[in-house]
Design a protein around this ligand. Structure first.
Ligand SMILES: [Zn+2]
Length: 166
């Protein structure tokens, strides 16, 4: 267990500085937000800063109306918002998970997702921005992509620091 932990740090420090994104692929699915979301950072529940969140959103070329901070949040999904909270509800093998609400919409004879809210849960021991970029990607409606090395690979591995219970 300990060995795996160390290996994971060694192999991923390079990856963190060089986040791979295949933007051509992301555009294919057509998912979108119904309104431009507001981002809520639950300050005592995440180690990521407002600057890092802004950076992650800009890597996706996405928009937000406003970024607000709250001292503490519950785990509810709120309409029109991307809410960033801790990983208390995550399963043991998950570093992050994004729940989102959407409805299926038919556009040009195909079904796409119209999103209206997202809850980004992040384990507080991961300081690696790649995890933030991955989950923010889900929050904006982007799916996993495993055909090439990519920040949206289903099983990313991340720099871990600290041993907070969640
Ligand atoms: Zn994912």
């Amino acid at each position: 267990m300990k060995l795996l932990f160390i290996l994971s740090i060694l192999t991923n420090s390079a990856y963190a500085d060089n986040i791979v994104m295949n933007h051509n692929h992301y555009d294919e699915h057509g998912n979108y937000w119904k309104i431009i979301p507001e981002i809520v950072i639950c300050k005592s529940q995440t180690i990521f800063t407002e600057e890092q969140v802004k950076h992650a959103v800009s890597m996706w070329n996405e928009k937000y109306t406003n970024i607000s901070s709250r001292t503490k949040c519950d785990y509810s999904v709120e309409y029109g918002k991307i809410k960033i909270i801790d990983g208390k509800l995550l399963k043991k093998n998950e570093w992050g998970y994004t729940s989102y609400f959407y409805r299926d919409v038919k556009i040009n004879n195909r079904i796409v997702r119209e999103h209206d809210s997202a809850l980004v849960q992040l384990n507080r021991n991961v300081s690696d921005v790649a995890l933030l970029v991955h989950e923010i990607g889900h929050a904006y409606g982007h799916n996993h992509y495993d055909e090439k090395p990519d920040v949206m690979n289903t099983y990313g591995s991340y720099n871990v620091s600290g041993n907070y219970p969640y």
